[in-house]
Design a protein. Structure first.
Length: 732
């Protein structure tokens, strides 16, 4: 039986207290004092620039928070201006509008009475009739009035047109006080200027306003939006036939208009339409920047392949014995062959699954080139991957953004072909995580007299951004690729590595069912649970009791829960709440969005922050909390980092994280929920990536059906990217 949709409720009252307000998206938690019935309630929702003392009208529904009880979650908000003289006096003397004190407010009210607000809005120059208010002060009062009420007006306008109010802050930041006028004149600007809104929302506003857009302009806006949407889904281009079909289905634009509009966009240089061969009838449609990036990658690879490499001054075999002695290792014949051959290529790829010796080869290549007197640069896509690379090699390693001297403030890369990376050998680990744009800038900054070696596992998840670089380069068969196939004897005894290879090959893993008592000698477990609620309950029990007791693991530091999704009962958001309740009994909380932070919490940093020297995916623990100042202090690997209120958005609870966020990291124990409710994310490479994050123990919790779906589903390989075809075409 479908869930009954509850009607919206209206609530009106005075904003008594603001508990929390996010300046970026205007998410607010506050207390509202209502007149009838006379009570004070907690309100949550998006409320831009409302101040304590203002009367507001809200529309929403009553909800029950798992910790704080009943709350009013509002979807629309309107600031109500007082109509009486006493109300206007209280409003003006509240400090809401800067530059108006008690004396000035009395003079304004005496002169304009109930027309006070209309004067401020429509005729601010008349304020100069008041003694003490000159031209500058009148303009300042008008400016404060406009900025204070503009956001509320934007929110109301969006809500009336069925658009999420969360975008109101972004719109105001982009267009300022003229926002509504700009939107009403040309709503399609929203699709190009405001991230996340897109063409459908802009089109909806335009139609509601009765704006008749030129059919060709509308079709062009639609094409550009669908291309941007495809990039967000990981594609570099869209097939022309698919693009035209979607335009017709979604927006009822006839094929001829769409064809003509696409041709106009191609002529103007906004998009590129091409086929990869003269005989092919299929055409790819690119946004110009994506075509330029992919084209430049192919050109740079082709250039590196074309430049002869300088022979070594000494036979490699002589160097390899020194490498073995220094590192105290014995290289296999396969590894020796790779080390001997790799010196003959300007660009090459090393790939293989877990246990095949990739790490040993990175250490050996680094040491070999040190012996040969060459400078080596080590890099990886994320901070955690770079830190792990430094640990296993004993040499400094940085993120790719760091070696490219990327400025997040200016969104520019410091290194390029005119000022390249200063190194003889450039080794990039975890290349499967590198997207098309980053690969373009990386190769652009590699000097043509250097050697670049890329290491990665093409069976892991593709990058979050567009493209599938590693897979495409390997598939082209134009770049020398060294496949590591031998699983070393010690690794071959590990059920984790054996099962990872089974999953990689599309085979069902060998399951050691976890019964009571546990088999403390095993490493790979499966616990069968048939409901999401039981899955969560089992995971909490595993992390808080069973795994720590049996395997002597620290429940916070040594165990990482990886979920395919964020939402849902077994998603990261709910899992974090349940695990926090079980693992952290400390009192005192700081509420922020979906998170409730406490001292001792395991947290994850969500984006690269070079000023703080913390990176996307870094895991730490909250050591201090100043609730009054809304400050947190987090310990990342022995380094304390402070977060102000504006920066707390960069943190999330880290007891449970997504598999994507775990890439480039390793944990002593990994727990993975697998349920059919996660169907859309049950993919072979996701399961494979999750399993290979574990060093000692893997526990799968869920159903065999969900596990089977994940093993069989290999769809992510179908990303639309043209690098492989492009490299083949250039070679021909």
């Amino acid at each position: 039986m479908p869930e009954r949709k509850l009607p919206m409720i209206s609530l009106e009252g005075t904003l008594e207290h603001i508990t929390f307000h996010n300046e970026q998206n205007h998410y607010t938690i506050g207390r509202l004092k209502t007149g009838f019935p006379k009570t004070t309630v907690t309100i949550v929702g998006h409320l831009p620039k409302a101040l304590v003392g203002e009367v507001i009208k809200l529309s929403g529904k009553w909800t029950t928070h798992h910790r704080y009880g009943q709350q009013f979650k509002f979807e629309t908000a309107e600031i109500l201006l007082p109509a009486s003289i006493d109300g206007i006096r209280n409003y003006l003397t509240s400090g809401i509008l800067k530059g108006i004190g008690p004396s000035t407010s009395e003079k304004i009210i005496a002169r304009f009475g109930e027309q006070t607000f209309a004067i401020m809005e429509e005729s601010p120059e008349k304020l100069r009739q008041i003694d003490g208010i000159g031209k500058k002060k009148a303009a300042l009062i008008h400016s404060h009035w406009q900025s204070h009420h503009c956001l509320t007006s934007i929110m109301k306008f969006l809500q009336e047109n069925g658009i999420k109010p969360v975008y109101s802050g972004k719109i105001y930041n982009a267009y300022g006080n003229e926002a509504l006028d700009i939107i009403r004149q040309d709503p399609y600007r929203l699709a190009n200027n405001i991230p996340g809104i897109g063409f459908p929302a802009a089109d909806k506003i335009a139609r509601a306003l009765g704006i008749e857009m030129n059919i060709y302009d509308r079709a062009q806006a639609c094409i550009l939006d669908l291309l941007r949407e495809a990039i967000g889904d990981g594609h570099v281009y869209i097939r022309k036939e698919t693009l035209l079909e979607r335009i017709s289905e979604l927006y009822e634009i006839d094929s001829q208009t769409a064809e003509d509009s696409l041709e106009d966009l191609s002529n103007s240089g906004d998009v590129v339409v091409e086929s990869f061969s003269k005989t092919s009838e299929e055409h790819a449609v690119y946004l110009k920047p994506m075509w330029q990036a992919e084209h430049a990658i192919a050109n740079r690879i082709f250039a590196l392949l074309s430049i002869p490499i300088t022979p070594l001054p000494t036979p490699v075999k002589n160097v390899l014995s020194e490498v073995e002695n220094t590192l105290i290792i014995s290289l296999s014949q396969e590894q020796q062959t790779v080390l001997e051959t790799i010196t003959k290529h300007r660009i090459s790829i090393i790939t293989g699954g877990p246990g095949t010796g990739k790490t040993t080869l990175i250490k050996s290549i680094t040491e070999m080139n040190r012996i040969l007197g060459r400078s080596v640069c080590l890099a990886a896509p994320t901070g955690r991957a770079a830190r792990r690379l430094a640990e296993v090699t004993g040499h400094k390693a940085h993120t790719i953004h760091k070696i490219l001297e990327y400025s997040f403030a200016e969104q520019l890369f410091g290194k390029d072909q005119d000022d390249p990376i200063d190194a003889d050998i450039i080794i990039i680990d975890e290349v499967s995580m590198v997207d098309t744009i980053l690969m373009h800038h990386l190769l652009n900054a590699i000097p043509l007299n250097a050697t670049v070696i890329m290491i990665g596992d093409a069976h892991q998840l593709p990058p979050v951004g567009p493209g599938n670089m590693l897979s495409d380069m390997i598939a082209s068969e134009k770049i020398p690729v060294f496949y590591l196939k031998t699983i070393f004897r010690q690794a071959a005894q590990s059920p984790i590595i054996v099962n990872a290879h089974h999953v990689r090959n599309g085979e069902f893993p060998h399951l050691n069912k976890m019964n009571e008592p546990f088999d403390s000698e095993a490493e790979f477990y499966f616990i069968e649970q048939h409901t999401p609620e039981n899955v969560v309950s089992s995971i909490v029990d595993l992390c808080s009791k069973k795994l720590p007791d049996i395997f002597n693991l620290n429940p916070v530091d040594d165990i990482q829960v990886l979920s395919p999704m964020h939402k849902g009962v077994a998603g990261t958001i709910n899992l974090n709440r349940q695990l926090q309740a079980a693992l952290n009994k400390n009192p005192g909380t700081l509420s922020h969005g979906n998170n409730l932070f406490k001292i001792g919490d395991k947290v994850m940093h969500l984006k690269n922050n070079y000023q703080k020297d913390v990176f996307n995916g870094d895991i730490g623990a909250i050591t201090q909390m100043d609730k009054a100042g809304n400050l947190l202090c987090v310990d990342f690997y022995g380094k304390n980092v402070e977060y102000s209120l504006e920066e707390i958005d960069e943190l999330a609870l880290g007891y449970a994280i997504s598999v994507h966020k775990s890439q480039g990291s390793e944990y002593p124990a990994v727990v993975l929920p697998l349920i059919t409710q996660h169907y859309i994310m049950l993919q072979r490479n996701l399961l494979y990536t999750g399993i290979t994050r574990a060093q000692k123990y893997v526990v799968l919790v869920g159903t065999k059906k969900a596990l089977s779906i994940a093993v069989k589903n290999n769809k992510p390989q179908l990303r639309c990217s043209g690098l492989s075809d492009r490299l083949c075409s250039m070679a021909r």
